[in-house]
Design a protein around this ligand. Structure first.
Ligand SMILES: [Fe+2]
Length: 299
């Protein structure tokens, strides 16, 4: 019987990146990836939407490339004040911020581990700027993979406090967790470094993969790995770098997790039936056997 927590959040809403050259990053995220700028903040930071919500990416000028924040949207039934009390009871310090960013009137900020700041909010404006007809133009922000020397602490918070489900791992080094039907919403990598490993956007369909690669090529961006099929999550995934060498994943066909059954919906390409959470070997990153260097340990 799988543990039946009830996650307090239901999606990764946004990722905040510190960018060394804001103009260059804005050009990549708006023109090549195909997001739409919705606002500029007090500090000149840029808010960008995939197509519906006020923002899914925040770009802030910084001395070094960095992951500044992750935004998770709380389930509508959760009251922000109650959530803050629960954090306090769990022993985590939080700060309530009002009007700290456009589109979100109130959020709760927590530094779960060094360099891992998470913002929780219930409501975000949805100006629906629309999906671009140019650039990669993904469907949505799907997940993030973070590398942390405090991976165990992060995992405990996500599983124990937020109620994420464990869905897979690679030899205890990379752990996949979800708060919805996607196989993973966060992937926590246990290596003594602190950085974002990759940010993943879902494409419209699998035919969009070559189109995205062509779009990247037109912008002079090389596709580093894939598109090819993973094992854990079974997503068809291609990877390239943003201007600060933050790895960006474009994916489709991710496994659909059924928390009630503790398994993923069966697919013809699965290696195991039922497809339950398991410990994969690091040599099993790729289902097709295509070469898949995954630059763990390279900043
Ligand atoms: Fe990924």
């Amino acid at each position: 019987m799988s543990r039946m927590f009830n996650p307090k959040v239901f999606q990764l809403g946004y990722v905040g990146l510190g960018c060394t050259d804001l103009g260059r990053s804005a050009q990549y995220y708006m023109e090549t990836l195909g997001l739409t700028e919705t606002a500029k903040g007090h500090l000149g930071e840029i808010y960008a939407s995939v197509g519906y919500e006020h923002h899914n990416v925040i770009l802030t000028k910084a001395a070094h490339k960095s992951l500044l924040q992750l935004g998770f949207q709380l389930k509508p039934a959760i009251d922000l004040a109650d959530f803050a009390k629960q954090l306090n009871a769990y022993g985590v310090r939080s700060a309530v911020k009002s009007d700290s960013q456009p589109g979100i009137s109130k959020l709760i900020e927590v530094e779960i581990a060094d360099g891992h700041t998470v913002q929780f909010y219930r409501d975000i404006e949805a100006p629906a700027p629309g999906f671009k007809n140019v650039g990669v133009a993904p469907l949505r922000l799907g997940h993030v993979a973070v590398i942390s020397p405090q991976a165990a602490k992060l995992r405990k918070f996500y599983e124990e406090f937020l109620g994420f489900w464990y869905t897979d791992e690679f030899e205890g080094i990379a752990t996949f967790l979800t708060c919805n039907r996607d196989h993973h919403v966060i992937n926590i990598v246990d290596i003594p470094e602190s950085r974002v490993h990759h940010i993943a956007f879902q494409l419209k369909d699998s035919v969009s993969h070559p189109n995205a690669c062509d779009e990247l090529r037109r912008a002079g961006i090389k596709t580093e790995w894939g598109p090819s099929r993973h094992t854990a999550g079974h997503n068809l995934a291609g990877y390239h770098y943003d201007p600060d060498k933050v790895l960006i994943e474009l994916y489709t066909e991710m496994d659909v997790f059924i928390p009630e059954l503790g398994m993923c919906e069966a697919r013809p390409w699965h290696e195991h039936f039922p497809m339950k959470p398991r410990a994969w070997k690091l040599t099993e990153l790729n289902a097709w056997g295509t070469d898949f260097a995954f630059n763990l340990g390279q900043g």
